[in-house]
Design a protein around this ligand. Structure first.
Ligand SMILES: NC(=O)c1ccc[n+]([C@@H]2O[C@H](COP(=O)([O-])OP(=O)(O)OC[C@H]3O[C@@H](n4cnc5c(N)ncnc54)[C@H](OP(=O)(O)O)[C@@H]3O)[C@@H](O)[C@H]2O)c1
Length: 265
């Protein structure tokens, strides 16, 4: 694949680094990185497949997969700028702009253009993103390209576009929700006598272990909870106290509040 990333900020940069670290899986012949101020990309300058440019049209011309990672408000201008360079038979457009629908992109580009909407999260920088993907009619035939890129940077799930806002809350905002849970359990561990670094290590690895247990054993969370809740023991005592204070309910209500907000924006 010849890949271009237009807009190489937080997310675009993480995708670029991920692609460069996964060259075996992705087989990237060239990687055009385009932004107006290139100074933040100087570290990537010497890598042979990397071409730095501020010319978005040039990046499109010499690539076949175009990942657009600009802010939602900047997307329309970028599409207007590159539309004459887009050849629907050659190019696949992958947009990661939050909240920008495939239909909005189709109204600017030729509707035959394969368009894929992707919603990754910031764990993409460590190759652990959960990325949801949707496509227009022609985009389905090119979905393998998006999967190749984002599977090398974590996991992907193809979803109906109508679920994209919900996926944004669960996966992209979800990083913040899980961080707060890790932070809270770290604070609890400090109160129980651990130094903060040790406390965070205990919290992070326990969180990672819980997820890994479910992934590897393919069991249900309640099955794993049953294994550690001795009758009349300390785990069920703590868990029930958390539930009396609304743990599950407050998490679900938080997700729903985020979802309602994202639909207003
Ligand atoms: N961060 C997340 O967790 C996350 C998750 C999923 C999706 N998203 C979405 O991903 C997109 C990017 O987010 P971000 O956090 O990476 O934003 P960001 O850091 O602001 O990056 C945007 C980049 O676009 C570049 N840019 C602006 N105008 C341009 C132009 N005309 N031509 C070329 N490049 C241009 C900017 O660089 P210059 O100013 O140098 O041009 C900047 O590097 C957003 O739409 C966001 O909603 C983010």
């Amino acid at each position: 694949m010849k890949i271009a990333i237009i807009g190489v900020g937080n997310l675009g940069y993480s995708i670029a680094v991920g692609i460069l670290n996964q060259k075996k899986d992705i087989s990237c012949k060239s990687l055009y990185l385009s932004k107006r101020d290139l100074s933040s990309l100087s570290r990537l300058e010497k890598i042979s497949v990397v071409k730095l440019t501020s010319d978005n049209k040039r990046a499109v011309k010499y690539s076949d997969v175009i990942i657009i990672a600009v802010l939602p408000a900047q997307l329309k201008n970028i599409l207007e700028e590159i539309k004459d360079e887009i050849n629907p038979k050659k190019h696949t457009i992958i947009s990661v702009a939050t909240g920008r629908k495939i239909k909005e992109i189709e109204t600017i580009l030729d509707e035959k253009t394969p368009i894929i909407r992707a919603m990754p999260n910031t764990a993409i920088s460590v190759g652990q993103s959960m990325t949801c993907l949707s496509a227009n009619e022609n985009g389905h035939a090119k979905m393998h390209q998006a999967k190749t890129i984002f599977n090398a940077l974590g996991q992907t799930l193809c979803i109906d576009e109508k679920h994209m806002q919900a996926a944004t809350v669960i996966c992209a905002s979800g990083i913040a929700f899980w961080m707060r849970l890790i932070r809270a359990t770290t604070q609890g561990a400090v109160q129980l006598g651990f130094h903060s670094e040790e406390a965070q290590q205990l919290s992070m690895q326990t969180c990672l272990g819980a997820a890994r247990l479910l992934i590897d054993s393919q069991s249900h969370p309640e099955q794993e909870i049953d294994k550690v809740t001795t009758p009349s023991g300390c785990t069920i005592e703590g868990l029930n106290e958390m539930e009396h204070n609304g743990l599950s309910s407050s998490l679900i209500r938080g997700l729903v509040a985020s979802y309602e907000k994202i639909n207003e924006i």
